[in-house]
Design a protein around this ligand. Structure first.
Ligand SMILES: [Zn+2]
Ligand SMILES: [Zn+2]
Length: 81
C-alpha cells in the first residue's frame, strides 16, 4: 500500500486518484497457495485497489467462470434475468 502511496492502482492507471483500501492477490490465496511465499507475499502478485475496483476484479473472475446469464424482456419492457 505504501509503495503505491495508498492509491488504487487501477484507478490511477485510468487517471483517477482514489485511496486504496485492499491489497488484492492476483493469484488468489487458497488452501493450496497460502504457504507459497511468492503468492502470499510476492510483490508481483499484489495489487493495491479501492473497494469498487476490488469488487469489479472478483466479479469479472466470477462471471468468467460461470455459464452466461440469459435475459428476457417482459411485456412492460423490463429485463428479466
Ligand atoms: Zn479503484
Ligand atoms: Zn482480491
Amino acid at each position: 500500500m505504501k509503495s503505491q502511496s495508498n492509491l488504487c492502482e487501477k484507478c490511477r492507471s485510468a487517471g483517477l486518484i482514489v485511496p486504496a483500501e485492499i491489497v488484492h492477490h492476483k493469484v488468489h490465496i487458497e488452501p493450496n497457495t497460502i504457504n507459497d511465499p511468492n503468492i502470499a507475499l510476492g510483490w508481483d502478485n499484489l495489487q493495491a485497489l479501492c473497494r469498487s475496483c476490488h469488487a469489479a476484479v472478483h466479479e469479472a473472475e466470477y462471471n468468467k467462470n460461470k455459464t452466461p446469464s440469459r435475459y428476457s424482456i417482459d411485456e412492460n419492457g423490463n429485463v428479466i434475468i
